[in-house]
Design a protein around this ligand. Structure first.
Ligand SMILES: Cc1cc2nc3c(=O)[nH]c(=O)nc-3n(C[C@H](O)[C@H](O)[C@H](O)COP(=O)(O)O)c2cc1C
Length: 217
């Protein structure tokens, strides 16, 4: 598949078939994503692949944590977002509404509980970073994530990055025996897209590019 086409087609998938993914296919995606560049070629990422009954157990634990704590966004905002930026998030949710209506689901519940359960995907991937790395190495994880999403799409798999779960990092680490010095930076739901689900028809909008670009000539 042409890269341009993969970039144009990819979207976050929020409903998956329960079908398991062959291990070799997951390994192929990881192998290609791992070709992502990183500062000084440090390749700071670590992957934890959770599947089968363990994935279900993780989903149940996260759901319990969500019901207890009700945190519905990833932590880390130091001050309120600029209004123009916050508006983009609100617009995206508003545009998702007709799909939620069609599915007869409550939007908040669908997004929050869905994120905790990796939207029913058979595989949950956690990308971790050793806490000895400075914050600036999160850029490398971001690039890796971008590679991962595109490669998975090319291989016929659907993905949704799941930042929400980082609000429950403690619970995840305890359940999966992840050492204290590892940071869980992002989760990814991975599986075969459920093409029958209305939410997977949703294509999120993008801001007019001129609002983001300043040329200095
Ligand atoms: C770092 C990051 C964290 C995200 N966390 C979540 C999440 O917790 N739950 C969710 O449903 N989508 C999550 N998303 C998906 C975004 O909502 C999605 O990428 C955005 O709306 C653009 O839509 P698209 O991926 O379909 O292009 C996340 C995306 C990124 C890049």
């Amino acid at each position: 598949m042409e890269l341009t086409r993969a970039i144009q087609e990819r979207r976050s998938i929020r409903a998956f078939k329960p079908d398991p993914i062959p291990k070799e296919k997951i390994e192929e995606v990881l192998k290609l994503a791992h070709l992502a560049p990183s500062a000084i070629n440090l390749q700071p990422w670590e992957f934890i692949i959770v599947c089968g009954e363990e994935k279900e157990r993780l989903g149940r634990r996260l759901m319990k944590a969500y019901r207890e704590k009700q945190i519905s966004c990833s932590p880390g905002n130091v001050k309120p977002l600029p209004k123009s930026v916050a508006k983009r998030g609100a617009l995206t949710l508003e545009m998702m509404n007709p799909f939620f209506e069609e599915m007869k689901v409550d939007p908040n519940q669908f997004i929050n509980e869905g994120s905790c359960n990796f939207y029913g995907a058979p595989v949950a991937i956690l990308i971790c970073l050793d806490d000895s790395f400075p914050k600036s190495r999160l850029v490398d994880i971001g690039i890796l994530l971008g590679y991962f999403l595109l490669v998975a799409h090319e291989q016929g798999l659907g993905t949704c990055p799941i930042g929400l779960i980082t609000a429950y990092e403690e619970e995840i680490k305890e359940l999966l025996n992840i050492p204290e010095n590892k940071r869980v930076v992002i989760g990814i739901a991975l599986g075969y897209p459920d093409e029958q689900s209305p939410i997977n028809r949703f294509k999120s909008p993008r801001e007019e590019l001129t609002k983001m670009v300043k040329w200095i000539e």
